[in-house]
Design a binder for this molecule. Structure first.
Ligand code: SF4
Ligand code: SF4
Length: 120
């Protein structure tokens, strides 16, 4: 027996709605402003030191987004918090995901943590 009528088989993804719901579910106040979710690439230089490439809209001095209010209109690759959680794009110690069981972070955060630990 089919559980769903065929017209429901294609899920509609309304990104504006996702962004709106995400803002309601995940308040900005939880953010610790570490800036790590605005990293777009990390690679090691010839000495094995991680080189961090941030989003072009990220202000390294303030650790804030320069286009925060308009970020979803001006930067197509910027993820809402809900999308970032589903894509497992955040570091595992980020307050928005630290209590999610079996959450897997991207490898680059482990590398950065390891390097930061080495410097202490
Ligand atoms: S990784 Fe988490 S705590 Fe850090 S800036 Fe992003 S949302 Fe905020
Ligand atoms: S546009 Fe998005 S990824 Fe880029 S700095 Fe702003 S919040 Fe971070």
């Amino acid at each position: 027996m089919e559980l769903f009528h065929s017209k429901y088989k294609t899920l509609k993804y309304n990104r504006n709605m996702v962004i709106k719901i995400s803002g309601e579910l995940f308040p900005d106040e939880l953010c610790e402003r570490c800036g790590r979710c605005c990293i777009v690439n990390v690679y090691k230089d010839s000495n094995g030191v991680p080189v961090i490439i941030y989003c072009k809209h990220f202000d390294k001095e303030t650790k804030l987004c320069k286009i925060y209010k308009d970020r979803f209109k001006k930067e197509k690759t910027c993820l809402s918090m809900m999308e970032a959680i589903m894509a497992q794009a955040l570091p595992k110690d980020c307050p928005y995901v630290k209590n999610i069981k079996n959450y897997m972070e991207p490898k680059c955060y482990e590398l950065l943590r390891y390097y930061e630990g080495d410097k202490k």
